[in-house]
Design a protein around this ligand. Structure first.
Ligand SMILES: C[S@@+](CC[C@H](N)C(=O)[O-])C[C@H]1O[C@@H](n2cnc3c(N)ncnc32)[C@H](O)[C@@H]1O
Length: 288
């Protein structure tokens, strides 16, 4: 969705932009190609490993770009460190990087048997294994229902609690073996939703999204734009409600997308994970 991002985010060649989910730098690279010699791009990501890749890709010589490792719910510190009062545009492509998913040591994927970590942000207080060791069974059911849309949420939570009485779930393989049926069958879609739901909690995704939505009005200049791409149903629900509130006639933003924009057929063909992407964009009222 690179073209749609550029179209909705950029309106000044010399603007100061932030990509707060830089990942391995795909969107950031496209932004740098578009802005002029006096434009600036602040690249942020919670994951130090992804950010290093972006740094290598975008080059350390380009004086227009700066890197910050951190959480997008806390952009005040980034603004202060850069000595600026607000951005002309902020991009948030929330969710999981394909690179992180493919990196075994992140412990996000059920396809390799590796330590069940998931906490790619070193500031996060617990790993997925630690979470499964102490989460209350009822809370785990809620997590599976709310963030994984899992019909068999109760069953999976029960199996996890029973298993940990005998021994802790330490690896991704332990988790797969714990939730699968006696006949050893396990549906790949269900498994990825179990992993997704646990990841949402371990990465503190919903509180951090709230922090971003709360702060965005303060972090943008008047006329500044906010583009957000989301993938999961629970994020969709939240963003739909947020858009409706903030773009009401008295609200602080005007909508640049009347409906969320989905990927083109060609994009889905290239990357199956892109199929659920939805882009929304707003502009802060006032003259920029
Ligand atoms: C879908 S990827 C972004 C991919 C990127 N747009 C690109 O073109 O390569 C999402 C990224 O957001 C980062 N992320 C997720 N939550 C974050 C948060 N609260 N603060 C900062 N980065 C976050 C993840 O670490 C991941 O690298």
């Amino acid at each position: 969705m690179v073209d749609e991002v550029l179209e909705h985010l950029l309106d000044r060649e010399d603007g100061i932009y932030a990509d707060v989910t830089t990942g391995t730098g795909g969107h950031a690279e496209a932004i740098l190609e578009r802005i002029g010699p006096n434009g600036r791009l602040i690249c942020l990501d919670q994951d130090p490993v992804a950010l290093e890749i972006a740094r290598g890709r975008l080059g350390n010589e380009d004086a227009r770009v700066r890197f910050h490792r951190g959480n997008y719910a806390k952009l005040d510190g980034v603004l202060a460190a850069e000595g600026i009062s607000g951005f002309d545009g902020i991009l948030a492509d929330i969710g999981l990087n394909s690179y992180t998913l493919a990196r075994p040591e992140a412990g996000m994927s059920y396809q390799q048997d590796v330590p069940l970590d998931m906490a790619v942000d070193p500031d996060l207080p617990f790993s997925a294994a630690e979470y499964l060791l102490r989460v209350d069974e009822a809370a785990l059911v809620d997590t599976f229902q709310e963030f994984g849309d899992l019909r068999r949420a109760r069953l999976y939570a029960r199996r996890i609690v029973e298993r940990r009485r005998a021994e802790p779930i330490r690896t991704t393989g332990d988790l797969v073996r714990t939730v699968r049926d006696r006949d050893r069958q396990v549906d790949a879609g269900e498994l990825s939703r179990i992993f997704q739901a646990i990841r949402v909690v371990v990465l503190d995704e919903m509180p951090r999204l709230e922090g971003l939505l709360d702060g965005i009005g303060d972090w943008l200049q008047p006329g500044g734009r906010f583009v957000i791409i989301s993938y999961a149903g629970h994020e969709e629900k939240r963003l739909k409600r947020w858009m409706k509130g903030v773009t009401s006639p008295e609200g602080p933003f005007e909508a640049l997308t009347r409906r969320p924009i989905g990927p083109t057929r060609e994009e889905v063909g290239k990357n199956r994970r892109a199929r659920s992407a939805r882009l929304r964009a707003v502009r802060k009222r006032g003259e920029g």
